[in-house]
Ligand binder design. Sequence first.
Ligand code: ATP
Length: 432
Amino acid sequence: MNQLDKIVALAKRRGFVYQSAEIYGGLNGVYDFGHLGTLLKNNIKDAWTQSILTTRSNILFFDGSLLGAHAMWEASGHTQNFSDPLVDCTNCKRRFRADDINLEEQCPVCGKKAWTDVREFQLMFKTNLGAATDSASIAYLRPETAQSIFVQFKNVMSTNRVKIPFGIAQIGKAFRNEITPKQFLFRMREFEQMELEWFCKPDQMDEFFPLWLEARKQFYINLGVHKDRIRMHEHGKNELSHYSSRTTDIEYEFPFGWKELEGVADRGNFDLTQHSKHSGKDLSVHDEKTKTSYIPNVIECSVGVDRLFLTLLCDAYTEDTVGSEERTVLKFSPRIAPIKAAFLPLTKKISDPMHKIYQDIAAKGIMVECDESGSIGKRYRRQDEIGTPLCFTYDFESEKDNSVTVRDRNTTQQKRIAIDRIEQYLADALIP
Ligand code: ATP
């Protein structure tokens, strides 16, 4: 099994991620998140929100609709430009993204060279609102969260009485009818994005672009991602999206190679200008100093929640040997670990006092688990596989010495601590 297959298997085995509608054969490129997956996603989103807020204070939050008007996607250029090149093999009938393969060579599946012409495939999911099927009823599921921010820019600015520069941040679902969804959570058809749109004056771009790029890189390092698996990739002219004049990707070294994790793009004033033109509404702002109006520029930082989820799984996934036993461990940073600590009575006979300790800690709002079935070794292995940083074990001595054994996930070292020190111990250990 290769590394990615092992990660996919672990994610299912431990209840992080399931294939959507699995009992019906699954829906390609669409996933459901179980208990641990939901907790991990929430931790990722909280960490992102914190990092945005601590980079600059003037950030507003937004939650736009998933359905977007045809006119909006016309103006943004998505109906014309948001497509991927598609090619079919006429021999084996497989379909590929033309930029994923070399058309000078044979089909990687059947070995024949029998390509169709390359044609553009629209990635947006199209639907109709209401019973009508005329062009006025056409709507699209959004392929990025950003456009709803641009079209509401004036409303957000005036109702919150903010001044340029400021940011609007949004976490929400996006949908792309990817030709070949693949590599688990890397390329999905339904996914979640965390996007920040930073509005500033055109002459402030050289100040803010490097500031955001550095802040975004630092975010991953603070989450504990290996520094040597992160790099910057500046787009060449032929790689740039239709709206961008400068984009730098933050890339991660996945088991299947270096790939984009986050895009930091200079969108100029493309989007606000387009929406001004198409809607006929003036989206410029007034500069009190110069007494002139201008359309602000935008720096966009955009990362997928699910792609970061996969990054953190890949980055944390470790196989090592403890004594003579091999184990798999997710070395998550305590900050994003779904479960912060597990409470394990050595046997079921002494589970009552352990339960009481567990409930006291759980009541403080810390995400902890109490697990009392199976051998202690098996329970440690399970907690290692789900990335729980600490395990506290209550044994037959505990009642006499008012202490428990605490085991560290990474080192597997154990030590004895007093029961009344557990809360402080946990608080210290959870500081990133
Ligand atoms: P790619 O080149 O990988 O197709 P993109 O350049 O089209 O990505 P953007 O439009 O810049 O991607 O999207 C911003 C972010 O959203 C990406 O960096 C990625 O983290 C996430 N993302 C985009 N498409 C998907 C997808 N199909 N599945 C999961 N996450 C995605």
